[in-house]
Design a protein around this ligand. Structure first.
Ligand code: IVH
Length: 679
């Protein structure tokens, strides 16, 4: 695809950024996440670096910091409020340590023995500078551009955790305390609920709500909003500060003076210890009642801080190690359509690969045609993608402003991309479906499901082999697997004699799987592992279930009318009746050994009362299958790791849950270990 002219792209980016800044600073109504703003900003900066002629004086890249708004009186900070350099990885941290040590050696000589760090949580709020004269609060100011901020004293006075008088017997004539104002999450949610009731636009996040609240002209409103404050540094006369030799002593002194200090600081001797602190808070921060977006690492010894000083923008003695944002911007290169086992057509955005919350993302779901139409997504569009927790990434937002001229719109096809038969969209569903039972995608999906672990568990038969068997016409239904000869298997491309024999034997062994698993393997809509088990307990054979009335099926505890209808209708279809007959002929187990008793022996009393959490993508089981399997064996499955968790089942790309479980000493299992445990 041809790139849009750079000039036009720069113009659109500038416009977007200006709109976003205006919405953020002037209206206190942000229209995009900060991470998204940063990425667009970087894109513009890169473009301008490549084409300096494109730079205009009003470009956001030409502005240093944000100007204070006009309603409040401007104040010049005694000492600038520096920002912090950001680190995003271990190697950034190593580079920072090497850098400060090099600087120290060339300016101060040998490194001192105590090179430890004071680590704190990075509170996601707004920085405040508080001036105390003779122990009395006389001024509270926002950070502004770091040099000049706004005097918001009357608003600051409403914050209960900011003392109006310091708890000091002999307060110095002038003392400045700095820290972070923030809104606790419950207060933030309440504010947004109230705003929704009143029809006011919502705050995008607590940080924006904090900044917006601090700049409210009516202190009454500020007072109702229950802002909070954590203090983290103090600036004052040398004599006064002399007794404070370390960062941690400063925090303790601040607490003594009457400030709230975040209690989760830690003294760390090395980068390795910092890494463990960072990792721990990556998960634990999720249970805090306020938001944090990283950890701040400061050299603990004050004499080191003084000796290192500041660059133009940052202290050399501190750095913020940020947690990855969960949104990113990228471009849609194509839109493909995936046809699932049930025939559902899912549009998928093929993306220019982008890093997001620790993984490279190249595809994002668009869910269905309705969602696609709602987004008005074109191929070539710049989009925001989002990955909350471990869910499959999805496209959240489209920037039509950045749409290239040759971008093409996309509509879900009205014919199946696999079999080219017309698709249908049931009235009450958002999903379009291919209903051709001979569609190769549906046939493949049915076989892949049949051979899966929870179903017939045929070892060595992956998606690739299933595709080969379907393409070559050897297999059309699960029953066909049982008619395959060793020669036919060995004759397949890239299949050795030994592998063919293994697969052949695995197919043969699957004849012994109990009726409940055969039932699950049939892939009847709404019949997962648990429902198959329940159904097989009441209807211990295929004929008994096939003949059952819908009402009788719905009588089973745990089986609702929707499931009953689905099962009942499945057995009314001649093709399905024929499949059951063929399976019987092929020697599959279609009844439990003693009527009335389930043949599935796996109910394992040792799992009773055990709580499992699943994280990441398991090699063969879907999340639901793993969940059903555990529940079917008497265990509980929970969504979040806590002290009550007994086992964490870990798949690929495990996220924060793994870190939390490791910290809590919880036993981790991979899929094989889980299955072994269940057997
Ligand atoms: S120290 C010179 N400590 O993060 C030292 N800052 O990205 C400056 N922040 O502007 C700051 N929690 O608003 C420090 N424990 C913490 C912090 C913290 C949040 C904010 C602060 C600063 C921004 C830099």
């Amino acid at each position: 695809m041809a790139a849009i002219p750079e000039q036009e792209k720069a113009h659109h980016l500038r416009q977007l950024l200006q709109e976003a800044s205006y919405a953020y600073y002037a209206l206190d109504q942000p229209i995009m996440e900060d991470a998204v703003y940063d990425q667009l900003y970087r894109e513009l900066a890169t473009l301008e670096a490549d084409y300096p002629d494109l730079i205009t004086p009003d470009s956001p890249t030409q502005r240093v910091g944000e100007r204070p708004a006009s309603q409040f009186v401007s104040v010049t900070h005694g000492t600038p409020l520096y920002s912090l350099e950001n680190a995003f990885s271990w190697s950034d941290m190593v580079a920072w340590r090497d850098r400060w040590q090099r600087y120290w050696r060339s300016n101060q000589g040998d490194l001192p023995e105590d090179r430890s760090y004071g680590c704190e949580l990075k509170i996601d709020g707004a920085a405040l500078a508080l001036t105390y004269e003779n122990g009395c609060l006389v001024r509270g100011a926002t950070r502004g551009d770091g040099i000049t901020g706004e005097d918001i004293t009357s608003n600051v006075r409403t914050i209960r955790s900011i003392p109006l008088r310091l708890n000091l017997r002999e307060p110095p004539p002038l003392l400045e305390i700095r820290g972070e104002a923030f809104l606790p999450l419950d207060v933030f949610h309440q504010i947004n609920r109230d705003r929704q009731d009143q029809g006011d636009p919502l705050f995008a996040n607590p940080r924006n709500a904090t900044a917006g609240t601090l700049r409210q002209l009516d202190s009454q409103i500020v007072s109702q909003r229950q802002l909070d404050f954590f203090a983290y540094t103090l600036h004052g006369p040398k004599g006064f500060l002399l007794s404070l030799e370390t960062q941690i002593q400063c925090l303790e002194a601040l607490k003594q003076m009457g400030f709230r200090v975040n209690p989760h600081w830690q003294h760390c001797s090395t980068l390795e210890v910092i890494q463990a602190y960072y990792d721990r808070w990556q998960t634990d921060r999720l249970s805090l009642p306020y938001l944090t977006d990283g950890v701040v690492i400061k050299l603990n010894a004050m004499h080191l801080q003084e000796g290192l000083g500041f660059t133009q923008k940052f202290p050399r003695w501190a750095i913020a190690w940020k947690y990855e944002p969960e949104q990113a911007i990228t471009q849609v290169l194509n839109i493909s359509v995936n046809v699932g086992r049930t025939g559902a057509l899912t549009p998928v955005a093929e993306l220019k690969p982008v890093q997001l919350a620790g993984t490279t993302v190249a595809r994002a779901t668009l869910h269905n045609g309705d969602r696609l139409a709602q987004l008005d997504l074109h191929i070539g569009d710049t989009v925001v993608i989002h990955k909350a927790g471990e869910i499959i990434p999805e496209v959240l937002r489209v920037f039509p402003e950045l749409r290239p001229q040759d971008a093409c719109s996309f509509q879900l096809p009205d014919h199946c991309p696999e079999c080219h038969e017309p698709v249908v969209q049931p009235k009450d569903e958002a999903v379009s479906r291919c209903i051709n039972t001979d569609c190769p995608a549906i046939v493949r999906g049915a076989i892949v499901h049949w051979v899966s672990r929870d179903a017939l568990d045929i070892d060595g038969m992956g998606e690739k082999l299933v595709r080969q068997l379907v393409v070559t016409g050897l297999v059309h239904t699960p029953a066909d697997l049982y008619g395959l000869t060793l020669e036919e298997l060995a004759g397949l491309e890239r299949m050795g004699q030994k592998s063919a024999a293994n697969v052949f034997n695995a197919i043969d062994r699957s004849r012994e799987r109990p009726w409940s698993r055969v039932l699950y393997g049939l892939g009847i809509r709404h019949v997962g592992v648990v429902n198959a088990q329940l159904l097989s307990e009441t209807f211990p054979s295929a004929p008994s279930l096939a003949q059952a009335e819908q009402g009788a099926i719905a009588q089973i505890h745990g089986i609702g009318p929707e499931i009953a209808q689905s099962v009942y209708q499945w057995f009314r279809i001649p093709r399905h009746q024929h499949l059951i007959q063929s399976l019987e002929k092929a020697g599959l187990t279609l009844a439990t050994a003693s009527p009335g008793l389930s043949q599935t022996p796996e109910i394992d009393p040792t799992l009773r009362g055990k709580t499992f959490v699943i994280t990441g993508t398991l090699p063969t089981l879907s999340r639901d299958e793993a969940k059903n399997l555990i529940q079917n064996h008497g265990g509980n499955v929970s969504d979040s790791v806590s002290k009550k968790t007994n086992y964490l089942v870990v798949g690929e790309k495990a996220g924060s849950k793994l870190k939390k479980a490791t910290t809590l000493g919880i036993t981790c299992l991979n899929e094989t270990e889980l299955l072994e445990m269940l057997r």
